[in-house]
Unconditional design. Structure first.
Length: 229
């Protein structure tokens, strides 16, 4: 089927009736590698150069001077943007980038969970905060439902469990005992003999694992329980 290009007016053959432009108007050469690039015909005359990828554009523009108008335009866009800043970790002093939302939420900043644990280990709550916590604990809380929470939720909320877990992490040097990976943000404490099978919270029954290894071991234990049943 012969059709007429709406831009250059030349006739071209097309199988589909939807084609309105010839290949010469639909394709342009990449300014860097010379590869054919499909472009919007209506935007053909707007940019001076066309590129097949961002890599070609970056290689082509490397070492070339930018116009003053473009520099001013980009500077205005950056000035109006809300950006974060680098802060020092309260424990190790490492510089960490924090977004504006993180700067509003907290007063103390840390690079990882390990630094947060170590820093907060010796911190104590003020008498006013302890009084407020006591007023909202247990049966005094407005969401109390006759103590139907699972045992694991009750244990994880207690201070003694958090302190014991930190001791296990420090004993194992913050290293997964299964794959020997250094754990920081994905560190977890595992019961060798599960609590549901009579296991205790003694340090001999607790080890440090990363999240992925912990999930694998727990899956094997669940499969073993189902086979016994």
């Amino acid at each position: 089927m012969l059709r007429k290009c709406k831009i250059c007016g030349d006739k071209f053959e097309s199988i589909s009736s939807n084609h309105r432009y010839c290949d010469r108007c639909r394709f342009e050469k990449c300014a860097f590698c010379g590869k054919k690039v499909l472009i919007k015909p209506m935007a053909k005359n707007k940019p001076k150069h066309h590129f097949c990828s961002r890599e070609c554009f970056s290689l082509w523009s490397r070492g070339k001077k930018q116009s003053k108008e473009l520099v001013k335009k980009r500077a205005k866009a950056i000035r109006g943007r809300k950006t974060g800043k680098f802060v020092e970790c309260e424990n190790c002093g490492k510089r960490v980038y924090k977004y504006p939302r993180d700067l509003k939420r907290a007063e103390h900043y840390f690079c990882c969970k390990r630094c947060a644990y170590v820093y907060r280990k010796g911190c104590h709550l003020s008498p006013e905060t302890e009084f407020k916590v006591g007023q909202m604990a247990g049966e005094k809380h407005y969401n109390w439902k006759d103590g139907i929470s699972p045992k694991i939720n009750i244990r994880c909320g207690h201070k003694w469990w958090k302190e014991l877990r930190l001791e296990i992490y420090e004993r194992d040097n913050w290293t997964c005992q299964e794959c020997s990976k250094k754990c920081h943000n994905d560190i977890q404490c595992h019961h060798i003999i599960p609590e549901s099978m009579g296991g205790s919270h003694q340090p001999d029954n607790l080890i440090t694992l990363c999240k992925s290894c912990h999930m694998k071991i727990e899956r094997k234990l669940r499969e073993h329980k189902t086979n016994l049943i």
